[in-house]
Design a protein around this ligand. Structure first.
Ligand SMILES: [Zn+2]
Length: 378
């Protein structure tokens, strides 16, 4: 006998399959794109969101708007109560109070369901706005930097509204993008980022640039705009824990640490907030040509030629610091890797670093697009 619930449930499952296949397809496309560099990430994002938007629209037309709030494939396998079975779309099978107060809530927290509804709206908004933007390098940098703010927020690298992540505008010698003062990292979108010049003038966007952000980041960018296209400063906990030790050195005790073999500068002098150019220049002089700075009693700075490589290094730096601090906490001696192996590791890393970083960053952006941070690229 035909189960009235089965038809829309099967339909919804079909949509779930289409969704999954779409994500896989776009994921493979992105991977190929990263290798060939023929298409920009913005283009891929547009494709992703258009696909998602169309699937949601089709589902909404067939099953009704309420189906976006309650998706049968999220429901538990047990049967619906008999009084809820009737003909009609999925949303009509379950009385409203039963959906929100009964077993559906127990199966999936209400907040989870609400987030999915918001995510759908965000995808639609993102698709519209992303399609309206020109696919330029500048816009791509905005998208990548906004993604980095969201990712770092998810990973707990931020602290209040402090710390800043910046990226040089392609083709410019002194203009960079930065979060407006007072905005949370979780709120950053590509279009909300400020465009600032080397003198602190806001050229695009609404808001002001925070003083320490301007001094630290402008001086580091300007020192070598080509190789310092992205500057990430955080107080992320494991790395910052090392900055609080008399001996801040990141020991080469794990494979992740080897990524930073001979790449870290250690500034043992802390003079409070960096609120003037002299202190910013002093930090810069300690950093010299290294791409990581440990600043005593403060935090870390990671630089890279582009956002993807800087993010990749920031991520692995925190992982390296985490495993090191955990190993140190045992009180037993660290097993240090030899210079010979560390040197070979660095040589091997050079061959694939850019590709690994790009693929890693693109995968993280796909995670954002699939969740409630999908509006980062708007
Ligand atoms: Zn700081």
């Amino acid at each position: 006998m035909q189960n009235h619930r089965a038809f829309p449930e099967r339909l919804e499952r079909r949509f779930a399959s289409v969704w999954t296949l779409s994500v896989r397809f776009v994921g493979r496309f992105e991977g190929a794109r990263a290798r060939s560099s023929r298409a920009s990430s913005a283009t891929v994002h547009q494709l992703t969101m258009v696909s998602m938007g169309r699937i949601d629209t089709i589902r909404g037309k067939i099953l009704g708007d309420a189906s976006t709030r309650v998706r049968p494939w999220h429901l538990p396998s047990r049967s619906l109560p008999s009084q809820s079975r009737s003909k009609g779309p999925a949303s009509r099978f379950v009385p409203k109070d039963l959906v929100w107060e009964g077993w559906v809530r127990r199966a999936r927290p209400t907040t989870r369901i609400s987030r999915r509804a918001n995510t759908t709206k965000a995808r639609s908004a993102a698709a519209t706005l992303a399609m309206a933007k020109k696919d330029t390098d500048v816009w791509q940098t905005r998208v990548d930097l906004a993604a980095t703010y969201r990712l770092c927020d998810r990973m707990g690298y931020n602290e209040g509204i402090c710390n800043h992540l910046t990226a040089m505008v392609p083709g410019s010698e002194d203009q960079f993008l930065v979060i407006p003062y007072g905005m949370a990292w979780s709120e950053v979108t590509a279009s909300s980022l400020l465009l600032v010049d080397g003198k602190g003038n806001v050229l695009e966007g609404e808001g002001t640039v925070e003083d320490t952000a301007f001094y630290i980041h402008s001086r580091i960018h300007l020192y070598d705009p080509k190789n310092r296209g992205c500057v990430l400063h955080t107080h992320m906990p494991w790395s910052t824990a090392l900055c609080c030790l008399k001996d801040m050195k990141l020991e080469m005790c794990h494979q992740n640490c080897l990524r930073f073999y001979n790449s870290i500068a250690y500034d043992t002098e802390f003079n409070g907030l960096v609120l003037n150019q002299n202190e910013a220049d002093r930090l810069n002089s300690v950093m010299e040509n290294k791409h990581v700075l440990f600043h005593a009693n403060h935090g870390v700075i990671v630089v890279g030629p582009n956002v993807a490589e800087a993010f990749d290094d920031l991520y692995y730096l925190e992982r390296a610091a985490q495993v090191t601090v955990l190993a140190m906490s045992t009180g037993r001696p660290l097993n240090i890797i030899s210079d010979e192996v560390a040197h070979k590791f660095q040589e091997d890393l050079k061959n694939g670093k850019n590709e690994w970083a790009t693929l890693h960053f693109e995968s993280r952006k796909r995670e954002l697009l699939a969740g409630d941070d999908a509006d980062f690229c708007t």
